[in-house]
Ligand binder design. Structure first.
Ligand code: 13P
Ligand code: SF4
Length: 303
């Protein structure tokens, strides 16, 4: 990486009391620059608890939006404003109201990969690391799980005593991982364990030895006695997997799942927003007020 950029970022961070947060799907260069790297839940908590005045969020918009809602007094800078998660929008207009009308005893459970406007209409947020635990703790019998049908389906498999209604959204990147691709890796590496993110399609989850968030997959690979793993999630996790486990082997499905939005973030863009304080995340007051309720409920229920 360009040493001058790194040095300039370091000095600006000090000057402005700023921290850099990055998701595991960011590029290796960006992860190297970050003060905190993690899954969505960890990053939301770090943002909320950080004493920094400025947060540079190296992730997609729902992540920066959630950070801004959780800490409205901090300046949240997005290195690339166009980095967005397509799944975050995948709930049909009017669908939540329709469900609320249909069921008396309903909780709307909103995956954090969603717009603030959707969070506003929901009862609780979840991430892939706490969705099962939180849904188990809800009193309602009926759950409308938005927007991801795959994470929702995974939760439904674990929590049998709820009626989980799925919404037809999904992550286009994880949906591209096919059973044939994973089968080919299993055949080539018969000793390898399959680790999958719950955003994968059900047939992939059925083949997996372990299903979990990006941080959970990384933790599982580190703690496992196994030496080979087939990783069914976005390829940004490879950086941490290889750093933590230099003597283990990691294989990705041949399509090498890659989130183009996460990869928009570069060290140059981080420097630019830090220097000029551009790309400040803004959430209007009413939306922020509404979305804070399910986000805070998540933090409480996940304890
Ligand atoms: P994690 O919360 O597991 O990091 O997942 C975020 C995400 O966007 C997965 O596609
Ligand atoms: Fe969204 Fe999928 Fe990218 Fe995650 S990997 S940010 S769910 S598009």
């Amino acid at each position: 990486m360009n040493d001058q950029i790194t040095a300039r970022i370091r000095s600006l961070k000090k000057e402005k009391n700023a921290v850099i947060l990055a998701h595991y799907y960011a590029t290796a260069q960006v992860q190297e620059l970050a003060d905190y790297v993690g899954d969505s839940f960890y990053l939301a908590k770090v943002a909320k608890e950080s004493p920094a005045d400025v947060i540079v969020f190296c992730g997609v918009s729902f992540m920066g939006e959630s950070a801004k809602i959780l800490c409205p007094d901090k300046m949240v800078l997005m290195p690339d404003m166009s980095a967005d998660c397509p799944m975050a929008h995948m709930v049909q207009q009017g669908k939540i109201a329709q469900m609320r009308e249909q069921y008396d005893d309903l909780s709307v459970v909103c995956y954090i990969n969603s717009t603030a406007a959707l969070k506003c209409q929901s009862d609780v947020c979840v991430t892939s690391s706490n969705a099962v635990k939180i849904v188990e703790r809800l009193e309602s019998k009926n759950i409308f799980f938005i927007p991801d049908r795959n994470l929702g389906g995974f939760v439904a498999q674990q929590v049998k005593d709820k009626n989980i209604i799925l919404n037809d959204g999904c992550c286009p990147i994880h949906a591209e991982i096919s059973a044939e691709q994973v089968q080919a890796e299993v055949q080539a590496h018969p000793e390898a364990l399959v680790l999958a993110h719950p955003e994968c399609e059900p047939e992939i989850l059925a083949m997996a030895h372990f299903v979990g968030s990006t941080a959970d997959i990384i933790g599982y690979a580190k703690d496992s006695e196994a030496k080979e793993f087939i990783i069914c999630t976005e390829d940004g996790v490879e950086y941490k997997l290889r750093n933590d486990n230099p003597h283990k082997n990691f294989y990705f499905p041949v399509s090498r799942p890659c989130c183009p939005d996460m990869k928009l973030i570069t060290p140059e863009k981080i420097l630019d927003v830090l220097e000029n304080e551009t790309n400040q995340m803004q959430v209007d007051e009413e939306t922020a007020k509404g979305a804070l309720i399910p986000l805070e409920r998540m933090l409480k229920l996940a304890e």
